[in-house]
Write a protein that binds this ligand. Structure first.
Ligand SMILES: [Zn+2]
Length: 137
């Protein structure tokens, strides 16, 4: 599975530093998506590069369980590549990259596989249990 560093290192032209702080520290582009979608984003960059896209991404995030890739201008052909990535993400677990479905978790929507759902549910149960024990202590 690709990392967000792989994505930025292989396609630096698509990811400008976010901003430079007053202390001159430059912040890299920040992905607001789980690692399970990294391969989809990487493939999208490769496809866009092949079309000669000369723009860049402004923000890549998960919103209401959907992959959103906000960017500067694109042709209809390039926009279609983004739409295909969003379609693929809608059936891909955002946490591990395996096939997933839409889940509602404590009011949050996301795409998860059965394994990640089970893991997250167990983690939440454990936290609730710990909290209850603390209250009773
Ligand atoms: Zn998963």
């Amino acid at each position: 599975m690709k990392t967000t560093d792989d994505i930025q290192n292989d396609f630096p032209e698509f990811f400008k530093p976010l901003y430079t702080h007053t202390d001159s520290k430059t912040f890299r582009f920040y992905f607001e998506t789980g690692k399970g979608w990294n391969d989809i984003i990487y493939d999208t960059c490769a496809k866009l590069k092949a079309t000669g896209w000369d723009g860049f991404f402004i923000q890549i995030k998960q919103k209401f369980a959907e992959l959103r890739m906000y960017s500067t201008g694109m042709t209809a052909e390039q926009f279609k590549i983004l739409a295909e990535a969003e379609d693929k993400a809608s059936v891909t677990c955002e946490f591990c990259g395996e096939p997933g479905i839409l889940r509602k978790d404590m009011g949050w929507l996301n795409i998860k596989c059965d394994v990640c759902k089970k893991e997250h549910d167990e983690y939440r149960e454990k936290k609730i249990q710990e909290y209850k024990e603390k209250q009773n202590a």
